[in-house]
Design a protein around this ligand. Structure first.
Ligand code: TXA
Ligand code: MG
Length: 356
């Protein structure tokens, strides 16, 4: 398949590209586009056959449900059974923006989009390109992150091209995304709000609107065993799948900065003696302290937005090297840092060593 790649300059597609993208979506094709979180791979969310093309292009298991993206709150009513007062409050405060809300689905939403679930995840993105595309599409657009299943989410069109060129109809290049980490997911389909995936909208921000928010076990898990145990059924089915694991073995180190630096440098030196190449993920504050083949700063430790923004790009950069071990610092796990640590810990297969 020939993938048409078009550029959106300063948040705007040309009129003809916009019409083409809308036609593709209405006719059951696939279009990758930027959102404020990560790039998404869109198809008509009300058409099972269109949705199946997303699963095929990504190599995604068919029981992993998709998020439906809408341009306007008025589209919500047709897609869900009911909207609670609390859900209303969240939408008023955070839409358009990086918050996905789970509702009971209406009959028009096919199981092919929800992975067989009775619930549906809905999000209204704020990125101008996503907004104009959704408006012109005139259909709700199901869109997972536009990466091949098991790869880091794409934060640039180049990442999408690496994974999906030749497998989808169109890619809209809108430059690098702002946030860099997927939306927060909150389940409002039951009695109590439940956080299923941390993101830019933090638990504290949600609680300010709706009171207590519970956190799904999968977010709190400290080991693979906890998630894989028989008595645990993850609420977000995507969470049970093997998450992005870099080609190299990733190990995280927590503790006081000098101890972490010493430990990592020790391991790098041992690797070097064995002829093994290792790399480091660190911060601007510590970059000068490491001696390794590849030392990549993810940003300033005091700027969790910058760390989130760079995370997936850094992981992809390492995949392009022949590094065998990546040693990483840990980051503050409050605020947006919680989302960063949630993704990194999974990428490390829960390997976090304490240097104390
Ligand atoms: O920021 C984002 O959310 C991006 C952009 C493109 O919007 N999308 C994204 O989609 O991250 P995806 O498919 O990569 O992640 C969606 C997650 C999966 O873990 C999936 O299992 C969960 O949302 N999910 C979708 N529908 C659900 C539902 N009805 N109940 C529980 N979890 C659901
Ligand atoms: Mg994804």
């Amino acid at each position: 398949m020939d993938t048409k790649i078009v550029i959106a300059k300063e948040g705007k597609m040309s009129e003809s590209d916009l019409q083409t993208a809308g036609d593709i979506l209405r006719q059951g094709g696939t279009v990758a586009f930027p959102t404020e979180t990560v790039y998404g791979l869109g198809a008509n969310g009300l058409d099972s056959e269109a949705a199946s093309k997303i699963y095929k292009a990504k190599g995604r298991p068919s029981d992993n449900p998709l998020i439906i993206h809408i341009a306007d709150k008025n589209e919500l009513g047709a897609l869900v059974k009911n909207v609670s007062e609390s859900a209303e409050k969240l939408m008023k405060k955070f839409w358009p923006g990086p918050l996905t809300i789970i509702f009971q689905k209406s009959d028009i939403v096919p199981y092919g989009t929800t992975g067989g679930l009775e619930t549906v995840a809905i999000r209204m993105p704020s990125h101008p390109v996503a907004q104009e595309l959704l408006k012109v599409a005139k259909v709700p657009v199901a869109a997972p992150s536009a990466n091949a299943s098991g790869r880091p989410s794409p934060t640039t069109a180049k990442h999408v091209i690496e994974d999906l060129d030749g497998k989808i109809d169109m890619i809209v290049d809108g430059g690098q995304v702002g946030i860099g980490i997927e939306s927060t997911i909150i389940d409002m389909s039951g009695d109590v709000p439940m956080l299923l995936r941390p993101g830019f909208i933090t638990k504290a921000m949600l609680e300010e609107e709706v009171g207590e928010v519970l956190v799904d076990k999968v977010v709190l898990a400290k080991s693979k065993e906890e998630i894989e145990s028989d008595d645990y059924k993850p609420k977000a089915p995507g969470m049970k799948y093997k998450h992005y694991a870099p080609k190299a073995e990733l190990i995280m180190f927590e503790g006081e900065t000098d101890k972490v630096v010493n430990k990592i440098n020790e391991l790098v030196a041992e690797d070097e003696k064995k002829g093994v190449k290792s790399g480091v993920i660190c911060t601007d504050e510590t970059k000068g302290y490491y001696k390794a083949n590849q030392v990549i700063s993810i940003g300033s430790r005091s700027d969790d937005k910058e760390i989130a923004h760079n995370l997936y790009g850094v992981l992809r950069d390492f995949d392009e090297t022949d590094i065998q071990y990546i040693y990483s610092e840990t980051f503050y796990d409050t605020g947006l840092g919680e989302a960063v640590m949630n993704r990194l810990i999974k990428a490390a297969g829960y390997r976090v060593e304490n240097t104390c």
